[in-house]
Design a protein around this ligand. Structure first.
Ligand SMILES: O=c1ccn([C@@H]2O[C@H](COP(=O)(O)OP(=O)(O)O[C@H]3OC[C@H](O)[C@H](O)[C@H]3O)[C@@H](O)[C@H]2O)c(=O)[nH]1
Ligand SMILES: [Mn+2]
Length: 365
């Protein structure tokens, strides 16, 4: 039986790394008492809280945290008509936080995720591990059988080409979850009592050319490298689909990271996910995604980006064009989604004008 760490077990790190270069983005519809448990790890950092649902509701934030909070009225005021690309009544709204941040790194976490304990009983500082993952290169072009070669006590194994040992910059760090795993509704329905107790002590680079189901519960990324592609799509209120926000973003960022020669890692850190959302409600939200994805995945697997797509924005707009051309036949929703992807990029560039002398994102691989 796994249990979350207690607040006292979560010892504050000696020196919070990247304190001024990282924002923590939290989408929420509830009071943020969960922050109490994270206080030792999160207090030094700036929080961006994206309040979903009724903007007249007050979200209580425990004292002592440095934060900015945006509700739907704020989003509409800041983005004007472009606010139409930000979902309402779905955790997808969190991507607004990525857009307004001015920091290099983002860590996003759900408000029902708590500090996990590793097998020795030590509280897991998820933020510290994500930072380590992002600051160490990835190895997408050749699989290292001893997993993360840059980890203390590991290295590249015999036969690993020396020409590839430098690795590539890491754009995304995807963490996992003890207790309630990120299962889809049908799986949750048939396995209501299943709990994830396996703590796998590994960080893996997801190989080039391989897609993965990105979960937004415990996720960090380098905003400068991949931020403009971290759009969580049109979900929730008024949309035919929900709970595919992070999946859509994950498929888009992986195709773009592969194209630009950037890395995506998954594995450590774990968080402790406490709330099993209602599988019946989830089934209503996600059922179309369950059969649509049988056509969406081949689309992303076959997507090719032209060589002149040398920035994330160019890649993303090209991807939107292909979504419109090839997925609209699945459902008119994808026509709308493709337009929203372009609106997102316009809004991103409006809020994040390129600084003079800034270089385009990674090079096309
Ligand atoms: O309409 C909403 C509903 C929720 N939120 C906030 O989003 C976070 C996730 O909410 P919750 O924990 O209820 O979602 P889950 O059923 O556990 O599913 C998650 O699974 C992983 C996904 O990436 C995504 O995070 C969820 O689908 C939480 O902070 C809520 O307060 C919201 O903003 N709007
Ligand atoms: Mn949850």
């Amino acid at each position: 039986m796994v249990e979350p760490a207690t607040a006292t077990q979560a010892a504050a790190p000696v020196m919070p790394q990247l304190k001024d270069e990282l924002d923590i983005v939290i989408p929420t519809i509830r009071n943020l008492d969960f922050l109490e448990m994270w206080r030792p790890f999160f207090q030094p950092y700036h929080l961006i809280i994206v309040q979903d649902g009724d903007p007249s509701k007050t979200i209580k934030v425990p004292p002592g945290f440095d934060y900015e909070l945006y509700n739907r009225n704020d989003i509409n005021k800041i983005l004007g008509p472009k606010a139409s690309c930000i979902s309402f009544k779905d955790s997808a709204c969190r991507c607004f936080g990525y857009m307004v941040s001015k920091k290099k790194y983002i860590f996003t976490i759900d408000d029902d995720c708590f500090v996990a304990k590793d097998p020795s009983g030590k509280a897991v500082n998820a933020l510290e591990q994500h930072i380590k993952n992002l600051q160490c290169p990835s190895t997408p072009f050749f699989f290292n059988t001893l997993y993360d070669p840059f980890r203390e006590g590991a290295d590249f194994v015999r036969g690993y080409p020396f020409s590839l040992r430098e690795g590539v910059p890491t754009a995304v760090s995807h963490g996992l979850w003890l207790n309630i795993p990120d299962y889809d509704a049908p799986t949750q329905l048939v396995k209501p009592l299943e709990r994830n107790t396996r703590f796998v002590d590994a960080v893996l680079t997801i190989p080039k050319g391989t897609l993965f189901p990105m979960c937004g519960m415990n996720l960090a990324f380098d905003r400068d490298l991949i931020g403009p592609a971290m759009y969580f799509g049109l979900m929730g209120d008024g949309q035919p689909i929900g709970r595919y926000d992070d999946m859509w973003a994950g498929w888009c960022i992986k195709v773009i990271c592969d194209h630009l020669g950037l890395g995506v890692k998954t594995g450590l850190p774990y968080i402790y996910h406490s709330k099993a959302s209602n599988p019946f409600v989830n089934l209503r939200k996600e059922y179309k995604g369950i059969f649509w994805q049988e056509e969406i995945i081949p689309f992303f697997q076959q997507a090719v980006l032209p060589k002149d797509c040398t920035t994330v924005q160019k890649c993303y707009v090209e991807l939107a064009k292909q979504v419109k051309e090839k997925l609209s036949k699945v459902d008119p929703y994808f026509d709308k989604l493709a337009d929203a992807m372009v609106t997102w990029i316009k809004a991103w560039d409006e809020l994040n004008p390129p600084t003079a002398g800034s270089v385009p994102n990674g090079k096309a691989a």
